[in-house]
Design a binder for this molecule. Sequence first.
Ligand code: SF4
Length: 702
Amino acid sequence: ISDEKKPDKWVFSTCGYCGVGCGLYIGVKDGKAIHTKGNPKHNVNMGTLCPKGLSEHDMLNSPDRITSPLIKKEGVLSASSWDETYTKVADEFKRISKEHGAKAIGVIGTGQLLTEEFYTLGKFVQLGLGTNNYDGNTTLCMASAVMGYKQSLGSDGPVGSYEDFTHADTIFLIGANIADNHPILTLHLNKNKKPNKKVIVIDPRASKTSQMADLFVPIKPRTDLALYNGLAYIIMEQGWEDEGYVKANTNGYKELKKHLQNYPPQEVSNITGIDVKTLYELAREFSAQDAVLSAWTMGVNQSFMGTDTVSAIINLHLLTGQIGREGAGPFSITGQCNAMGTRETGFTSSLPGYRNFGDEAALQEYAALVNVPEEIIPRERGYKYAEIIDAIDRGEIKALWIVATNPLVSFVNQEKLRSTLAKLDLLVVQDAFMSDTAEIADIVFSAATWGEKEGVYTNSERRCNRANKAVEPLGDSKSDFDIILEFSKQFDGVNEMLFNGWEKPIDAFNEWKKVSKGQLCDYSGITYELLEQEGGIQWPCNEERPLGTKRLYSADIAFTTKDAKANLICADWFPMAEPISPAFPALLNTGRTVEQWHTRTKTRSIDILNDLAPEAWVDINPEDADVLKVKSGDRMAVSSARGRVEDVVVRVTQSVRAGNIFIPFHFNTELVNTLTNDSFCPKSGEPNFKQTAIQLHSAEVP
Ligand code: SF4
């Protein structure tokens, strides 16, 4: 770095994009963030960063930033004062609450917030506003993993550590294109020097990740639950279980064995397209190897059978005792930088500290810990994300407050969503960027973003990392923490009851430590100082475990079910939620690319990322390209029963099978969620983004 470009200081922090949680430094000169560099001492990334992390400082001065609160006047969003903006939203919330009940207010949060902010938001929404119709955008990516862990192991919480990628003998990567979506994880995989190491990638699409595999298993789309049931069948048939482990640690063996009679190898081969010999080879790995790791992401979670598919994977680990040991375990990889923090601090699928809504004693304990009346704690979960949208459509929810997420690119069936949001009396968007959703808001709270505020993020391996403030919030924007605290003062007695004396994120963090103490996700031993000193700490961290815990469910951490035994889950595979038809004879798969982040609100003004990935594309098999008479570089259109996407550039590739295409979902110019359907996992509420029946159109074949 030349002298004039040399930062005055480097600020210790953590990447604010994906759930890998890389440690970094933000270089600041004259009050502006001008560089980002990896932290060589950080346990996660050892100094490296992916293209997004390396250019993260650039997003702070994006022309898309919102620099003051905005109120729509005569159809135009116009700058306003904070006082006027808070008052206007509060007046509308109070009116709606009085006329229709507090549950007529819905709130959608995000895994982009810091833990302190998400905890504060959830507390305010549920205990202050009094609505439990509150969910996070994490339901679009992680909810199935949450519910799968809960039904199988008793509690949410990824089991292992990144270190397990280094120690495993066999690593299954299932519906997980880590090379694009969690690139720094590949370092841990490559550090594994075991002579018998085997990487097996199970995916309907050949990706950058499958190029790293020893064995690539191109499974037919959305047949994975049948595969894991079939592998469990073979393990039981061959006596490859760890009998001692099963007896001592699980319930439901007999029931599972009976259930799996519907999944004999030939039947499973017919469903999945994987030959019987390979099925036996895959099943054998679980008993032949000392340590087996199964890591998955959206290919598994984003399914109408997502929760049960997660449990079917966990079944394999429970049957063979491949859990709670170095290199062994089921491992969901999270999407966003603080998806984990949102899961733990709760108020969505559970109350803070993984306390279940139905557990009266736990609710009372929580009320006592935070000194609020028991009766204001919600007894049941409110609507999930998609149910909130449906409730707006029915006219039941009248006001929606969306925090740092952009459903007008990220949610399924865009046309329906847009017409549903138009029915609201009030749409409030809190964001740092003028997103597609912020554009249609009635009122905008202008938020600060990564680098302008402080707190903690927790990554995929339960590692809590420190994120520091490097520069002041742009213009008249404020941290989400400050916005929530100040807004709460508009409601009589709420700030005093919930946030008495709170001024800084540390106040929320200290309460969160108290609330989580003694729970599986115990943060009580963590301090901001310790996080910087150690390069993050994995929960549980407390007096007995002052430097955290590498993996759950080892000898001294029991499952959190009533009898401390895990549940083997009987789950059934069902054919496609939306089958192909003569009108829509092909299947669309959606996903991401390493150079862009989610709906690009943060990355669309970063030149280097846009040079690398300027627009969406469609991957199409050569057979289909021949029929359509298209070649790479041509343009084509794609339609479904819900809409049409025009003018997408073609990439002809063997990476997708004939009759299947892939389009990344990031781009609002080629809005792929115009096509996707609204089918959801009934247990988690997660959308089935990955299979949509579509028709392909080209200039020659319209
Ligand atoms: Fe950030 Fe994820 Fe890239 Fe690491 S891998 S630099 S956390 S986006």
